[in-house]
Design a protein around this ligand. Structure first.
Ligand code: PLP
Length: 385
């Protein structure tokens, strides 16, 4: 099994980073559940010394995800937040970062409550408007940190223009690609320097593992991330690495259904008389639909809709039977949630309302169930409003 350099996306997902196990021929990379490795003689080993520093299952996953995201190397961490924390170690006290204003609440919390204490500072800007990004850049700015689409309002940033702007000012462009997945968009191909994922979501895809990954292209970043992964030690364990590696094999087939179900639910909700507004880049009514068509392959499985009041949102959230009321996203099961009190509860109320995250907003992560069952479930819940 040798991958040709021009292997297509689904072939890369299935095979990159994995060779049949050298000792048995096992087609699946084993879970190397070991803390240490026996050395052949003093100073001579097989490339593996200690479980925090190297693990063959983690290495297979890292090579797999690097290839999937068109990067040079990848590093797997214990969670998506640990991965973003590792990226922040590329910065020094006094450095400034421009961040998408609608970024994941946990990222905002890490930046504001933890990293500010170490002298980093952050400006939150609508990165869909690159003139605002340019205005926010100061001599201390070192990084542009972008989420596209944003959670849960689904605002897009033009990745190619963002990369050009960042590079014109000597900044790294970092993209949190969790929401889209590399099936839908690969930021490195638009010029991003670093890409991060919560593997908890689409990459693993089965709601049974928490993890994160950073994909890098610059040699100096690769060297530093390898060092810091070992130095801080927030590594992804062998079993979780194995689960994510199993998940990426089916990423293309899962994503095709997530895309189809996401679009079908968005269309259904947009036509529903109880729904005030739908946020989904695949709808022609989305203000950045043309950009979505250029930048994305399908429009993903995430959507949000406005019901106008907390009461209406509560009725739908408590009324669904098949949609599971839960945080998180990107799994095969459809999840429904209330951003204002769940994923974005740590974002101050005034910031939430400025971002459009109202009390009547409901978010859906479309799974891969039969679309008619999903529509029927939403219909009966909306009837109660
Ligand atoms: C866009 C995004 N980035 C990062 C994270 C953090 O990932 P984790 O929960 O694996 O730490 C999340 C979690 O929901 C997310 O939605």
């Amino acid at each position: 099994m040798k991958l040709k350099p021009n292997a297509r996306f689904s072939t890369v997902c299935l095979h990159a980073g994995q060779e049949p196990d050298p000792s048995t021929g096992a087609i699946i990379t084993p879970i190397y559940q070991t803390s240490t490795y026996v050395q052949d003689e003093l100073g001579k080993h097989k490339g593996f010394e200690y479980g925090r520093t190297q693990n063959p299952t983690r290495l297979a996953l890292e090579r797999n995800v690097a290839a999937i995201e068109s990067g040079k190397a990848a590093f797997a961490f214990a969670s998506g937040m640990a991965a973003i924390g590792a990226i922040a170690t590329l910065l020094q006290s006094g450095d400034h970062v421009v961040v998408s204003d609608n970024t994941y609440g946990g990222t905002f919390r890490l930046f504001e409550r933890v990293l500010r204490k170490s002298g980093l500072c952050f400006s939150y800007v609508d990165t869909s408007k690159l003139d605002l990004v340019e205005k926010a850049i100061t001599p201390a700015t070192k990084m542009l940190f972008v989420e596209t689409p944003t959670n849960p309002i689904m605002t897009l940033t033009d990745l190619r223009q963002a990369a050009d702007l960042a590079h014109g000012h000597g900044l790294r462009l970092v993209v949190d690609n969790t929401f889209a997945s590399p099936y839908v968009q690969r930021p490195v191909e638009f010029g991003a320097d670093l890409v991060t994922h919560s593997t908890t979501k689409y990459l693993n895809g089965h709601s049974d593992s928490v993890g994160g990954v950073v994909i890098a292209v610059r040699d100096e970043d690769i060297e530093w991330l390898k060092f810091v992964q070992n130095a801080e030690g927030a590594i992804l364990g062998p079993f979780d690495s194995w689960l994510v590696l199993r998940g990426t094999k089916t990423l293309p087939v899962r994503m095709a259904v997530h895309n189809a179900n996401g679009l079908a639910l968005a269309e259904f909700l947009a036509a529903h008389r109880k729904v005030k507004k739908v946020y989904y880049p695949g709808l022609p009514s989305h203000p950045q639909h043309a950009l979505a068509r250029r930048q994305m392959h399908g429009f993903g499985g995430m959507l949000a809709f406005e019901l106008g009041s907390l009461e209406a949102a509560r009725t739908v959230l408590n009324g669904v039977r098949l949609h599971a009321l839960a945080e998180s996203l990107g799994g095969v099961e459809t999840l429904i949630s209330h951003p204002a009190t769940m994923t974005h509860a740590s974002v101050p109320a005034d910031r939430r309302s400025a971002l459009g995250i109202s009390d009547g907003l409901v978010r859906i992560s479309a799974g891969i169930e039969d679309i008619d069952d999903l529509r029927e479930d939403l219909e009966q819940a909306l009837e109660r409003v």
